[in-house]
Design a protein around this ligand. Structure first.
Ligand code: UDP
Length: 234
């Protein structure tokens, strides 16, 4: 059945379409943190994130990365290939920030010669715990071969993204990706790429991402609009 709500997430609702292999993602004007404990409506965020993510995914597709992105269909909506999400948050860090800086008692900003990858198990009721390769194998979330593929693909994506952000004077500090399996069983990049799930610093060290909301640093949509404008100049 077409146009049925399949899933309602924190930042997006997912609907069925007339094609069983295609879903429609509808971005929402909502910001959450601490696993939804703090929740606010932020007018204009949906349009900005849909545009930013569409732009980035188009560039990733063009660069040969396999993703779920098909096309943007309205201000707040895009069509995506239907996937079964692999319940992992794949975090890649180019510099120390956020939970990493806190956990190891480091100042934010230290550069890693080799970017550091982390996995979190996507399970709200457990608060998305940190897990390693052996936990992933034990829980049968993915095979060793699939994890190797996800790691290599995440590093490739990082190199592309770092270059694009550098070109518009933004530093890509860290980000979170999610992968899924399409109808043929192939692993492809899914979810979104927006300032909701990455950290971007400008040349003056200003936060150009969701830390503006997390740390009450100002107007979130003003900052996201600058990120979009910069990316549109690429
Ligand atoms: N992140 C995310 N969703 C989460 C947790 C983290 O998109 O549920 C992103 C976050 O925006 C940042 C990166 O993953 O770009 C690393 O986040 P971190 O572990 O430092 O956690 P935080 O400090 O955001 O709680």
């Amino acid at each position: 059945m077409e146009n049925q709500l399949i899933y309602s997430g924190k930042a997006k609702d997912i609907y069925s379409t007339e094609d069983e292999h295609v879903i429609k993602s509808v971005y929402k004007d909502q910001a959450t943190m601490l696993n939804g404990v703090r929740k606010e409506t932020i007018e204009g965020k949906a349009v900005l994130n849909n545009q930013i993510s569409s732009l980035i995914f188009e560039k990733l597709n063009a660069a040969g990365i396999k993703t779920h992105f098909i096309k943007q269909v309205s201000d707040t909506e895009q069509l995506n290939k239907k996937v079964d999400i692999i319940p992992l948050e794949v975090v890649l860090r180019n510099r120390a920030a956020g939970s990493f800086a806190k956990r190891f008692g480091l100042a934010e900003g230290q550069v890693f010669d080799t970017p550091i990858m982390e996995f979190y198990y996507k399970k709200d009721e457990l608060d998305d715990p940190f897990i390693n390769d052996e936990h992933i194998a034990f829980l049968e979330i993915a095979t060793a071969e699939e994890i190797a593929y996800i790691k290599a693909e995440t590093r490739r994506i990082n190199e592309l993204l770092k270059g694009w952000f550098e070109a518009v004077d933004l530093t890509l500090v860290d980000f979170k990706l999610e992968f899924g399996k399409d109808a043929t069983g192939e692993i492809i990049l899914a979810d979104e790429f927006s300032p909701d799930n990455c950290r971007l610093w400008d040349a003056d060290g200003n936060h150009m991402d969701k830390d503006v909301f997390r740390r009450d640093l100002g107007n979130l949509t003003d900052v996201y609009a600058v990120v979009l404008e910069k990316l549109q100049s690429l």
